[in-house]
Design a protein around this ligand. Structure first.
Ligand code: NAD
Ligand code: TYD
Length: 351
């Protein structure tokens, strides 16, 4: 029997990879992509599936409760994969309210609509909430985040995601709503908006612009290829246990400055520049306020219980990613025109 699945935020970076995977792998599912098309949402991310018979796009805002109720009544979704969010830490420091509205109120609206539609008949139904490892706070030199690590969010972004995770769990415990949550580490890959570290620095190197390294570049992130995140979401959606949380990570920690030097090295090679040329663009700037020192995910539960592992080594993944940005100049030009320029000037002017 056909299932109808709502994917929110499907025009964004990770969402577009999830939409593509579900549309291609599950012809029996009807995939409805709901996205507000903020600066981060771009339908050009999905041109390869836009005419697929099992795909439909709806433009709309998850903060609009009436609209969300009507949408659920119209499509009678069997499942929800919720990725729509304001997602950039620096923007959350600049203006937290959009994060509070979309990430918290928006998630509340979706939970209410699912609860009302399913009305206690939960057979075959699932509300899957996509979250981040940033809810766990900041690690010192040792240790890793496990599913039971206490929440300790420190930025308006991570605090808003933590709030949404708490709401999702509360609807499970209070109303038995069938939910599952995953918390993933930093993603990299194609179609990521160039405000995040990796696409920003690729774009700047290409254009010979300074590379603004926050603080001393000593912060550590655990990087996962976005397609591996999408694969994990597929596995968890189909085999995850109701009420459970799964951590997703790459076992791939990099100090920012080492990662940046690696990108510079590959870019020199790809652009035919003398080795060491791009590194000269590195510029140390004022640190991010409340900058989390280290994130690292222990994804043992996901591996042991559901058999998921990352498929791609970082050295190969970063080369593929750089190739994608260099070969998709139109995409980059398109997303970096207009409002992006204004954001960039404001964000980096006083650093
Ligand atoms: P993104 O910013 O690239 O995309 C977010 C999408 O949500 C955009 O298409 C945007 O238009 C849409 N959106 C924003 N506000 C909306 C609203 N009010 N109504 C409807 N749509 C709205 O984000 P991303 O990096 O793809 O992240 C997707 C999800 O994964 C987020 O929930 C994020 O917290 C989580 N996550 C991201 C990472 C990462 O490294 N990027 C890591 C772990 C978890
Ligand atoms: P980012 O891609 O914004 O992801 P997050 O903050 O969610 O981990 O940043 C990754 C790391 O790179 C983080 O430690 C901040 C740092 N960074 C810079 O040094 N310079 C920059 O211009 C940006 C955007 C990030």
């Amino acid at each position: 029997m056909q299932k109808t699945i709502l994917i929110t935020g499907g025009a964004g970076f990770i969402g577009s990879h999830v939409v593509r995977l579900f549309v291609n792998n599950y012809p029996d599912y009807k995939i409805v992509n709901l996205d507000k098309l903020t600066y981060a949402g771009n339908l050009a991310n999905l041109t390869d599936v836009e005419h697929a018979p099992n795909y439909e796009f709806v433009k709309g805002d998850i903060v609009d409760a009436d609209f969300i109720q009507e949408l659920f009544q119209k499509y009678r979704f069997d499942g929800v994969i919720h990725l729509a969010a304001e997602s950039h830490v620096d923007r959350s420091i600049e203006g937290p309210m959009d994060f509070i509205m979309t990430n918290i109120v928006g998630t509340g609206n979706l939970l209410n609509a699912a609860r009302e539609l399913w009305n206690g008949n939960y057979d075959g139904k699932l509300f899957y909430h996509i979250s981040t490892d940033e809810v766990y706070g900041s690690l010192g030199e040792t240790g890793m985040f496990v599913e039971t690590t206490p929440y300790d969010p420190r930025s308006p972004y991570s605090a808003s995601k933590a709030s949404s995770d708490h709401l999702v769990r509360a609807y499970f415990h209070t109303y038995n709503l069938p939910v599952v949550i995953s918390n993933c580490s930093n993603n990299y890959g194609s179609h990521q908006f160039p405000e995040k570290l990796i696409p920003l620095f690729i774009n700047n190197i290409k254009n010979n612009k300074p590379l603004p390294v926050y603080g001393k570049g000593e912060n550590i992130r655990d990087w996962l290829w976005v397609n591996d995140h999408a694969r994990a979401i597929d596995v968890i959606y189909h085999s995850g246990e109701i009420g459970e949380t799964y951590n997703i990570g790459g076992h791939n920690e990099w100090k920012n400055i080492d990662l940046i030097k690696e990108i510079c090295k590959v870019m020199d090679e790809k652009l035919g520049r003398e080795p060491g040329t791009s590194e000269q663009l590195i510029t140390y700037v004022t640190d991010r306020a409340g900058h989390d020192m280290r994130y690292a995910i222990d994804a043992t539960k996901l591996k042991q219980e559901l058999g998921w592992e990352p498929s791609l080594q970082f050295e190969e993944g970063i080369r593929n990613t750089i190739d994608w940005y260099l070969n998709n100049e139109d995409w980059l030009t398109n997303v970096t025109s207009g409002a992006y320029q204004h954001y960039y000037e404001k964000q980096y002017a006083d650093r």
